[in-house]
Design a protein around this ligand. Sequence first.
Ligand code: WTA
Length: 654
Amino acid sequence: MADAETQDQGLESLSAEERRFPPPPDLAAHANVTEATFAEAAADDVAFWAEQARRLSWATEPTETLDWSGAPFATWFADGTLNAAYNCLDRHVEAGNGDRVAFHFEGEPGDTRTITYAELTAEVCQAANALVELGVKSGDRVAIYMPMIPEAAVAMLACARIGAPHTVVFGGFSSDALATRILDCGVEVVITADGGFRKGKASALKPAVDEALERCPDVRSVLVVRRTEQETAMVEGRDVWWHDLVASQPTEHAYEAFEAEHPLYIMYTSGSTGKPKGIFHTTGGYLTGVAYTHWATFDLKPETDVFWTAADIGWVTGHSYLVYGPLANGTTSVMYEGTPDTPHQGRWWDIVDSYGVTILYCAPTAIRTFMKWGADIPAKADLSSLRLLGSVGEPINPEAYVWYREHIGHDRTPVVDTWWQTETGMHMISPMPGVADGKPGAAMRAVPGVSVKVVNDEGQPVSDDAAGYLVIDRPWPAMLRGIWGDQERYVDTYWSRFPGVYFAGDGAKLDADGDIWLLGRVDDVMNVSGHRMSTAEIESALVSHPKVAEAAVVGATDDTTGQAIVAFVILRSEAGDGGPDVVDELRKHVAREIGAIARPRQIMVVEELPKTRSGKIMRRLLRDVAENRELGDVTTLTDSTVMDLIKGNLAGSS
Ligand code: WTA
């Protein structure tokens, strides 16, 4: 295992963790999921998922459940037809819940909007009609590049309603990243906004779209929401304002039912090569998976809960647990546009307080930031409405888990640490809050209907209390259906390391009770603040700079962000020493190429990089340097003096 050393260190501190938090008796007494659910699902997982599909309203009820005969390509509910937007909207209105709030939206400057299911349905119908007017048809791909405003969800649902798969590109990504994604999946229509509010300022988005589209001649229309009201250039014949086109449309739209396997969306994510992968999800299985897990993991009571996923719509968490899962379940959600410290560090807790949030779902990196800011800040707000807390995106360290439970949950609320991926679409491992005795730092066991194993190098299950690789050994309804335009890469990436099972790319440990502890990635993928970044992607951004000859990037442990990006670069000889500002220049260059989240924390200019005899960069050694550890084994290096060179160089430069 590439990361054996780091993992050993992690294992020791995890095995020492003995705190246990049983479910609150009240929650357990009325829990959606009980021990019996696990037994039922294990007895026949296919029948279990067929049963869960009944949570949805189908235009044609499926008679088939799983077809795995073409493994690793699955179909679920293939002869059923449905409309995802109808399931998230109209049916709740038809059931008499039109007045229920779908979103409490809070903008960063403090503006608010309360949107009921009836209102959201009407607005999505208008947007669907507008897309039809722009010539968008079922199967066409639409890119969405927006801030966290209700129109982002409206845009997604409008696409779903007319069967046009959307690809949401995180608003923090650069124009270049946007262009790459648009080109990869052949987008012809883009939905965006003039900008959004972040850190107390209006930050523009539209100029990045204009820049991206210089490389994307096939994009014929851009629909622009007015959010910040900043000066915005509009291209005649291509760009149209949302309030001009959408607001004038009829508030009704007769939806069409699509086959369950109709593509719903494509979400790009980093892999271990430089090129992001377009993970695609289809309709019936995905919606079944997210509706079920949203209900099960969060013990959701849709009539009374106020649910808040504090994640951006540009990530899978925003797709599955801000839009599709909660809306399919008729949930009232909070959507917040901005940053947690604007205008002050207690913003989140004011939001929990004012909307009476009962379930909060966020990333450990946010929790660690709040820890740093101090417990006195949440202590000022009334957080008594909270009854359950969730964590997602990266391993949660026991201290952060306990702090979260104590200072946010006032020692009453279970914490559910949910492990899953863009590819899995839905939660795969998580404590069920009415059943599990929570262990700080453990994701516990597979959710009902899901089967995972921890295996050794040969693919054999490890015994209890041992570490290995996490694999998924049964298909699940929300599983990715492939990589857009590259099914060979799908098979190679996920199904080849261990034949017949899905390899997630994560290391995991089974404890003596058979519970699972996630140990982080075992490949060249970093996890920075819960965001997946590939080392190769950042390396290729660095070498695209004229002064850089070679670059190696590693994820170094960071107290707040989990991992931080540290880059080692060799400059081209004609660049000399690069000048005093070279590091700053390179950091900015990466931010421009990929987005601010990819900006390295540290860049070290070196003369050599450590390589194995086969020419592979030894990232493990660079990580040791980045984390100031004693160097590990250097015997496989071509030239072991390289490390002395690097270390000497750094001593000189720092
Ligand atoms: C990591 C985010 C430990 C993991 C939903 C996975 C986690 C990658 C957890 C997927 C968790 C996610 N504990 N690690 N609870 N949740 N991860 O696609 O390495 O952005 O492979 O999906 O995040 O990241 P992605």
